[in-house]
Design a binder for this molecule. Structure first.
Ligand SMILES: *Cc1c(COP(=O)(O)O)cnc(C)c1O
Length: 464
């Protein structure tokens, strides 16, 4: 039976004369040899499944055209695609963290599509340095003497430790030996860098004298890590940055380095949100170096920014590792536009800042709009409820932002099934599930995303 079926598969040259072959070619605008290759692979797979007795189709040729068509379609799709974030979590690490500002996006498009002065000094007509692109803005906004940008903040921590503390000791409080997102552990990064970790204090309390007593000839850095993704509450104590600075003043070349994690240029505390110190304040406190992410609360592209004393930044710039961790032109374009928004007092043009400050009224308006459009659909039970959004990205874990959500229960689908349909639909909508319903948080859904969201909601309520 199988042998007979195998013999019935038409040869490639014959299939290529079939009008289906030319239809698919036209539809996807692909070259003949590419489609022939896909056809051969389709036939190989068909033969394998026939041999294994797995093929259960009825007519061979229609099956071949259908599978070929699916295969070509899949190759025309991107695996990295836009999703609609209906979770309300603003810096969702799984969903790509910060959304870029319009200006940042425009700059990326402009710079990426042609040549740029990435490493060229236009004034002098000679070689320039990519380090100069954003250094002066960072200096201006933070008050630091110098700055360098690397691939991400994990890379920033690694570079500082390797370039300035290799085979030397770095003192860290036990309360700050954090793990972020399961993949970044201060202790592991330190091991990789060759710096020796000296832990002081206990998980909940570390005192000034713990640091003082641990300092030896070998000590190079007093490291403070912003415990951004958790809060120790109750009987706790950590040593203020200013104390670390005053300790270091008694030694020559003892560096105080603060890994801020998120790092903000916009003061959210003026709105009663969180207690993140602006980078400028941290620099003012006298630290030698700080580092922070580009795509967390700053709201820019993935990057790690290191700012501080020029003599240390110069050492970092000269280290071979800086070359390994360097940032490309698209990231520089987006980062410059993002930083410039802060410099020019336009922080609200940055989606991350805007979404954190979004008012309940603005969110409610979007939710009500969608509610009125879908409330009459029979298959679902819909309500608009008050809820809370998280900031995410491991930042400000204790901050809950008041928001409005739409709660949907489907008469036939479980919340998981409904969530799956929305996720796998053309608009890839990612929702929250809570107590037998799905929740759509309108803090992270933009006005432009509402029409495709409505289409998707109307579509999943049909059943065949
Ligand atoms: C997030 C974070 C990092 C890592 O930053 P990436 O930009 O994700 O590499 C390092 N340290 C702290 C304290 C963080 O919160």
């Amino acid at each position: 039976m199988n042998e007979k079926l195998l013999r019935e598969i038409p040869p490639v040259h014959e299939l290529k004369r079939d009008h289906h072959f030319h239809l698919i070619r036209k539809q996807y605008d692909i070259k003949e040899d590419i489609l022939t290759h896909a056809l051969r692979e389709t036939l190989d797979e068909l033969r394998t499944s026939i041999r294994n007795g797995e093929w259960s189709g009825t007519a061979l040729t229609p099956y071949i055209w259908e599978t070929l068509s699916k295969r070509v379609h899949k190759n025309s799709q991107y695996s990295l695609k836009k999703v609609i974030n209906a979770t309300g979590t603003i810096l969702h690490t799984n969903l790509g963290r910060a959304s870029l500002s319009r200006e940042a996006i425009n700059r990326v498009v402009e710079v990426a599509g042609g040549y740029s002065n990435l490493e060229y000094n236009i004034d002098k007509g000679s070689r320039g340095s990519r380090y100069d692109i954003v250094e002066s803005i960072i200096k201006d906004v933070t008050g630091a003497e110098a700055a360098i940008v690397v691939n991400n903040n994990a890379a920033a921590v690694f570079l500082v430790l390797k370039a300035l503390a290799k085979e030397k000791e770095v003192i860290v409080s036990r309360g700050q030996l954090v793990e972020i997102g399961g993949s970044f552990r201060i202790s592991s990064i330190m091991e990789e860098s060759g710096a020796k970790l000296v832990e002081v204090g206990t998980t909940n309390k570390t005192h000034r004298k713990d640091y003082e007593e641990a300092i030896t000839e070998q000590t190079s850095i007093l490291l403070k890590v912003h415990t951004s993704n958790f809060k120790t509450i109750g009987f706790t104590q950590s040593v203020p940055t200013t104390d670390l600075v005053s300790i270091s003043e008694n030694y020559e070349n003892l560096i105080v380095y603060e890994d801020l994690g998120s790092g903000v240029f916009y003061d959210f505390t003026q709105h009663g949100i969180g207690d993140e110190p602006v980078v400028q304040k941290v620099i003012e406190s006298g630290v030698d170096l700080v580092s922070f992410s580009g795509d967390k609360l700053l709201g820019g592209p993935q990057a790690g920014i290191i700012a501080g004393k020029k003599k240390f930044i110069d050492k970092l710039k000269k280290d071979q590792l800086a070359r390994v961790l360097r940032v490309d032109k698209m990231s520089y374009a987006a980062l410059e536009a993002t930083l410039q928004a802060y410099q020019n007092g336009k922080a609200l043009s940055i989606p991350t800042v805007r979404d954190i400050l979004q008012t309940e009224e603005e969110i409610n308006q979007k939710a009500m709009h969608v509610y009125t459009e879908i409330s009459k659909i029979e298959e679902i039970e819909v309500s608009v409820d008050k809820d809370y959004s998280m900031i995410g990205g491991g930042t400000m874990p204790d901050v809950l932002l008041s928001t409005y959500v739409i709660k949907i229960k489907h008469s036939l689908l479980s919340p998981n099934e409904l969530a799956e349909k929305l996720r796998k639909g053309t608009s890839s909508i990612i929702v929250r599930i809570h107590e037998n319903a799905i929740l759509l948080d309108f803090r992270t859904i933009t006005q432009e995303e509402i029409p495709p969201l409505l289409d998707a909601l109307k579509l999943v309520t049909y059943h065949d």
